[in-house]
Design a binder for this molecule. Structure first.
Ligand SMILES: [Zn+2]
Length: 365
């Protein structure tokens, strides 16, 4: 390890159970917060309001978050918080709503409560925001020196969320293990922080492989079960712990660089982030020559309809396009270089072609 790490372990408080959102008023009271700015999304907002408690004892102002987590949108809310003297931001929605709430609250120096309506990312848990440019492209990650003040997860809200977003969240969270271990296995003497990150990453894999199918069945039947609760907490809490304790050593490696590189192709935009990351996990395993682990994952990919090849994503690339993606994947600041050895564009392109041939040979597409 040549870089010191900073632990950002957890939100200050976290509750995940039926009725958790009903605790919002009690949490506001305990913290003596009266003036509340609620940021919300669009799609889920109508459906989820019934889960909130009566807030008539508080002065509450509701705002749509603006559609994207950009500096400009966050600044609107920073100005609003300062002018109206809001004491807390309650962000209710998907990852972008929560990221906007976190960014604005940190800048305005007030606490943020995160109430996720999806389990597609660990945004509710992690004290960082993914910030986008005005043109919709990703700009950067901002990692904050302050934890989220409170996370309230109401499983019944997430039970009603779109199933394909849950599947994509599972694909993204599964990568925590494969990317994490590819970095961690290079460390000879692991400090305790890394041991915790490794444990959380391993649990991501164990729980998701064991419980995902039953969790998705719960969503189809609209009936809570333990497997569903486990998958929700894996995608949010365990996923957040991997980066929270491992810092650089618990974030992304090859799979996410493959994902980032695919985004240069317009035909990739119809695929959800987690699906492309799931494909990236397989490319990374080929690069690492971990064929047995790859084969062990295939039945799981089939169950969840996660893409095992470019063909499965309806992306038939020319040799030039493969080269362009491979070159993009190995740009100097890409996390693919956290993997063992020297990573070149040729190596990435060979792995992508290998995987495609392997799946075609085995008629596994
Ligand atoms: Zn991701």
């Amino acid at each position: 390890m040549n870089q010191p790490l900073i632990v950002r372990g957890a939100p200050q408080e976290y509750e995940c159970h039926e009725g958790a959102w009903q605790q919002l008023s009690a949490h506001l009271e305990r913290r003596q917060l009266k003036k509340v700015l609620i940021l919300h999304g669009k799609k889920s907002w109508q459906a989820v309001q019934n889960f909130l408690p009566n807030l008539t004892d508080f002065s509450v102002h509701y705002e749509y978050y603006g559609g994207e987590c950009t500096d400009a949108h966050a600044q609107v809310f920073v100005d609003m918080i300062k002018k109206e003297h809001f004491e807390v931001v309650v962000a209710i929605g998907g990852g972008k709503v929560l990221d906007t709430g976190k960014l604005a609250s940190i800048r305005a120096q007030v606490p943020v409560f995160c109430l996720p309506t999806l389990a597609a990312t660990c945004a509710a848990y992690a004290s960082l925001s993914v910030v986008y440019n005005e043109d919709g492209s990703m700009d950067r990650y901002d990692i904050f020196p302050v934890s989220n003040a409170l996370v309230l997860i109401e499983p019944r809200v997430i039970l009603e969320s779109p199933i394909e977003l849950m599947v994509a969240g599972i694909g993204d969270t599964l990568a925590k293990w494969y990317e994490g271990i590819s970095i961690i296995e290079q460390i000879e003497e692991k400090p305790i922080e890394i041991t915790v990150a490794e444990f959380a990453a391993k649990q991501c894999q164990v729980v998701l492989l064991r419980d995902s199918q039953a969790a998705l069945a719960a969503m189809e039947k609209n009936e809570l079960n333990q497997a569903f609760l486990n998958v929700v907490e894996t995608n949010i809490l365990l996923a957040g712990m991997v980066g929270g304790f491992g810092d650089e050593y618990g974030r992304t490696a090859g799979a996410h660089s493959i994902h980032d590189a695919l985004t240069i192709l317009p035909q990739s935009h119809q695929q959800l982030h987690g699906n492309k990351v799931a494909y990236g996990v397989l490319v990374q395993l080929v690069m690492e020559n971990k064929w047995q682990e790859l084969e062990e994952l295939l039945p799981f990919y089939d169950e969840l309809h996660l893409p095992k090849s470019l063909a499965a994503m309806e992306m038939t690339l020319t040799a030039e396009e493969i080269t362009a993606v491979a070159k993009r994947a190995v740009l100097p600041d890409e996390t693919i270089h956290m993997m063992r050895g020297t990573i070149t564009a040729e190596k990435v392109a060979a792995a992508m072609n290998n995987l495609e041939e392997y799946m075609a040979d085995k008629k596994l597409l």
